[in-house]
Design a protein around this ligand. Structure first.
Ligand code: ZN
Length: 223
């Protein structure tokens, strides 16, 4: 069930007060329009009608899609300590409530970055596996190791033959694209599965660059 509440928000830029509907839960099954809004970054995003300033509302949100068997717990924060605490908390409470038993074969993701949320939705929407995508992103960034610290790579689109990635360089202030053949994705995915990676979750997971690094180190593959 999708759940919302209405708030009056003062614009951080011009001070004008306006109303916004914030969503704490979205289920894709009964709310296809909300899913569309979420994918286009319009959910829980404050837009001032007076000055058009934009700001993400600090609203935790649970997203679930029983068709894709995907559940995302989104907790917006930039604080790594808070991120870890919240992650441990959600693992604890899921264990206590026993809800994971009903989510056999699902992917459960915990994340705190709004762009990462949109990226994850897009990856699953395209029927791709985010663990394989994170490994490919590492491979793309490692092509230019001196610059990888100042770059963020995100999945962009799947055109059927190739996957397109966007690379944002914060120092050069440039956005590059990188195209990876779909066959290469399939090879990475197959290797990961053969190495023991599960295409579903046993518990909440943070699937990001450090996850992909652990995956590569742990499996010791020859990619
Ligand atoms: Zn404003």
């Amino acid at each position: 069930m999708s759940i919302n509440r209405k708030l009056s928000v003062r614009c951080p830029k011009c001070g004008a007060v306006s109303d916004i509907t914030v969503w704490s839960s979205i289920t894709a099954d009964d709310s296809p329009d909300l899913k569309k809004d979420l994918l286009s970054g319009r959910i829980n995003m404050f837009r001032c009608p007076d000055c058009e300033a934009v700001a993400l509302m600090p609203e935790p949100m649970l997203y679930s899609d029983s068709v894709k068997k995907l559940m995302i717990s989104f907790y917006p924060t930039n604080d790594p300590v808070q991120k870890q605490e919240r992650y441990e908390q959600i693992i604890r409470s899921s264990k206590e409530s026993g809800e994971l038993k009903a989510l056999d074969g699902w992917n459960l993701r915990f994340l705190t970055d709004h762009n990462e949320l949109l990226e994850k939705l897009l990856i699953f929407e395209n029927g791709l596996n985010d663990k394989a995508i994170e490994v490919i992103k590492l491979m793309i960034l490692s092509q230019d190791p001196d610059k990888s610290e100042s770059r963020i790579c995100r999945f962009g689109k799947d055109d059927g033959n190739a996957l397109e990635f966007m690379i944002h360089d914060f120092i050069e202030n440039m956005i590059y694209t990188s195209s990876v053949p779909k066959d290469s994705y399939e090879q990475v995915y197959t290797s990961l599965i053969q190495s023991g990676m599960k295409p579903y979750s046993f518990d909440w997971e943070m699937v990001d660059a450090s996850y992909a690094t652990r995956l590569l180190n742990g499996f010791n593959n020859n990619f």
